[in-house]
Design a protein around this ligand. Sequence first.
Ligand code: NAD
Length: 477
Amino acid sequence: MVNTASVKQYGLYVDGEWIETKKEMNVLDKYTQETAAKVSVAEKHHVDQAVQGAKQALKTSFSPYTRYEVLMKVAELLVARKEEFAQVLAIEVGKPIRESRGEVERAAQTLQLSAEEAKRIHGDGVPVESAAGSENRMAFTVRVPVGVIAAITPFNVPLNLVCHKIGPALAAGNTVVLKPAEVTPICALKLAALFQEAGLPTGRLQIVTGDGEQIGTWLLDNPDVNMFTFTGSPRVGELIRSKAGLRKVALELGNNSATVVHSDANIEQAASLISQKSFNNAGQVCISVQRVYVHQEVYTTFIEKLKEKTQQLVVGNPMSEETDIGPMIRLKEVERVDAWVQEAKSQGAIIEVGGKANGSFYAPTILTNVKDNMKVCRQEIFGPVVAVAIYTEIDEVIARVNDSEYGLQAGLFTNDLSFAMKAAREIEVGGLIVNDASAYRVDHMPYGGVKNSGSGKEGPKYAIEEMTEERIIVLNL
Ligand code: NAD
């Protein structure tokens, strides 16, 4: 039963106005599967209006210091409303409340970092005078905004990843048209209200909600969009890249993250961190640990500890303080994950823990006796499943980690400096985390992958480089 009194309505945010459209979509509470909110679905003219509004807003003044002030103010408002935003995350994503609070805190930090960067966007001096015939010239570069940026974001971290787009884009003087994931748009819309309250100039931020493919097509067809910044699946990332033409594109895509546990590692620490970082947000994290390679000498000890720690995880209502693992985003994702696990089992994998679906939940699952070519190892599972394999040689394990179409981050537990340095040189990823699992991120580090994990970096300082153009100014004296 839908309790209509508690169902909130959200409109589009276009040119500083909240627009309710005729067509709406339901946003489900991922735990109860009831409708939690109704959100407007944009038509083509709304998307065009948002892009035009964003283009016009580029002409209005928004100084770096004012950008700093607005972004800091939104961060402050977000901290003040932490519990309210955390509860929305717990409802729309199904993310456990403790983890949801962490996301709100990080989102506020991402905005603060963006605010700070707004004050230090700079170019370089260029010694043109050292070229023969240019003795009377001087030159320097400035970084200018790219213009209208279309930002398209995924369901799994719908507040902080939105801040990773909006924060740097606004800090760099751009305007943004945001298309949040259709299953989790509420946090982004509530965030827009905070920007409005903080005095963001009209038109700098526009939010259009609705079907991804449809809105994506309208944005891609609109020549006034200057750049696309996308976080999501490789399939959609590739499509955006192919349709964006000569425009700038930044892509943060998937991964089947590997973590290596070497013979000299602290096994207690490794098992503890891997059990957390395989199952956070029900494994729906792009750097979630999916493949673990354990040295044969420590395999038995490691697997026993990992099983013990995983069995202690509490699966349940995301609103409960006790819960470690909530529901998955969609029932069909639960079915897909289970099908992959059952397929692995039929090919010889052993289900050590879990391996069961229960409504919108999938039990945290450990597989052993896996082969590298099984789907659970080769493709991105994006669910609470970790596949553990044994290795004997360092060169062998590096080759197995690299035998992937992805390359976002990897983890390595070892105290052997030469192994760590060899891995730093040879593992093909955007980030290698030594003595932690692959899923380590703080918001100011450069974050982004190689191979099918994408191109371009996030982290406000690095995203600003993507979201600005370098212009050279040459003075002839
Ligand atoms: P998704 O690709 O299905 O959707 C992402 C966004 O794209 C959504 O807003 C969706 O509406 C939109 N979209 C869908 N079809 C589109 C189209 N044809 N044109 C334009 N936009 C379209 O991804 P998801 O299921 O929301 O998220 C999971 C994926 O995101 C995983 O692969 C995960 O690894 C990846 N991810 C990557 C990072 C990172 O930083 N590298 C972070 C989080 C998630």
